[in-house]
Design a binder for this molecule. Structure first.
Ligand code: SAM
Length: 339
């Protein structure tokens, strides 16, 4: 097993992992704290949050991204916890953008976004994913344990207005909770260029308490949504988890992220960096490479590079839902490792 380095251009080197997947995408969790408590995202037990001193600083994050960019990193997504809760989010975004990252996005619940969208765009943010699991105000408050849906719609409108385009809306349909809203969500794509992305519920943390059939699978979603019109499969560019469709005549796109029913590991192009500075080559594997401790002990750029190469090398062929991966204990919650 080895990380293969391919020369793509004179100045940039591309990274391939041991299974010949090109690694050019990094998801960075910048906090494990969140201002909502979504019923399917919170951990089983009372969470223990990282101390502030344990969390990577903007300089540490930017140093790592800078090095990875030299090896073909092109796409960065900031997530959490709730990333907009970090007071230094603007300097993190502008620092990453200045490195030359082509595609820089954030996944957020949108609660704090309306007031920040303009500044984020100005700092270099390209796109935004907003998590919204119901269109009903009371249900939203119940599912998020206290969230106000009005803030999310203000965020969606402001994101569009400042040009954080296209706005992607993430929904996790859960049987008996919000699966009666699948068609309403899909219909949002008729008039607006929204990307509506249905994510299969993953058995993480407290979700193991949901009934086994709580996850609404892609095939069922497609069958339901097809009642709105012909679903045309869009060209797959060979990377990433989402399979995208357009309902004939609609402006927006319907995407499906189906880790349970349609494993996308063969096309996985990503690494993750946790808030406390561990490179995690796969969301659902417990393999981690610590970069925070060595960085704080003064490692050289070459040594940091070697840790990056190691993480690429040990990236498993598939996550633990897939047949050929070894068993491991599921993470406590998505917000802890960065969803
Ligand atoms: N706070 C931000 C937000 O709400 O978008 C970012 C973090 S959140 C963990 C990122 C994404 O993970 C959200 O879209 C959320 O719906 C999704 N998520 C969390 N737990 C999940 C689970 N068990 N299965 C599938 N998706 C999950």
């Amino acid at each position: 097993m080895s990380a293969i380095i391919l020369y793509a251009t004179l100045e940039k080197i591309e990274m391939q992992d041991s299974f010949e997947r090109q690694i050019d995408y990094l998801r960075i969790s910048i906090t494990d704290k969140c201002n909502l408590k979504c019923i399917y995202c919170i951990p089983d037990k009372q969470p223990e949050y990282f101390e502030k001193s344990e969390i990577l600083t903007p300089d540490e994050i930017i140093r790592f991204v800078h090095m990875a960019h030299k090896h073909g990193l092109m796409k960065v997504r900031i997530t959490g916890g709730e990333p907009l809760m970090r007071k230094d989010i603007i300097s993190i975004i502008s620092g990453i953008k200045k490195i030359g990252i082509q595609d820089l996005s954030i996944t957020t619940n949108g609660i704090m976004l309306a007031d920040m969208a303009g500044a984020l765009k100005k700092a270099g943010l390209d796109r935004i994913n907003i998590s919204l699991d119901t269109l009903d105000a009371r249900r939203y408050s119940n599912m998020t344990q206290g969230g106000n849906i009005q803030h999310v719609w203000e965020a969606v409108n402001e994101a569009e207005r400042v040009g954080l385009d296209p706005v992607k809306i993430n929904i996790v349909p859960i049987r008996g909770v919000n699966d009666d809203e699948i068609l309403k969500f899909a219909s949002l794509a008729f008039d607006k260029n929204y990307h509506i992305r249905f994510i299969e519920l993953m058995p993480v943390g407290r979700n193991r308490r949901f009934k086994p059939d709580a996850c609404v699978k892609k095939s069922e979603l497609i069958e339901k949504i097809s009642s709105l019109g012909e679903l045309v499969l869009l060209e797959f560019k060979g990377k990433g988890p989402s399979r995208n469709y357009r309902i004939k005549g609609a402006k927006g796109i319907i995407g499906f992220i189906s880790p349970i029913s349609d494993c996308f590991c063969d096309y996985c192009n990503r690494l993750r960096l946790t808030a406390h500075g561990r490179i995690r080559p796969c969301l659902f594997s417990d393999i981690e490479v610590d970069i925070r401790t060595p960085m704080r002990n003064g490692i050289s750029d070459e040594e940091l590079e070697a840790l990056f190469f190691r993480a690429v090398t040990v990236k498993p062929s598939g996550h633990y839902f897939s047949k050929d991966s070894r068993p491991f204990s599921a993470p406590a919650s998505m917000s802890k490792i960065g969803g």
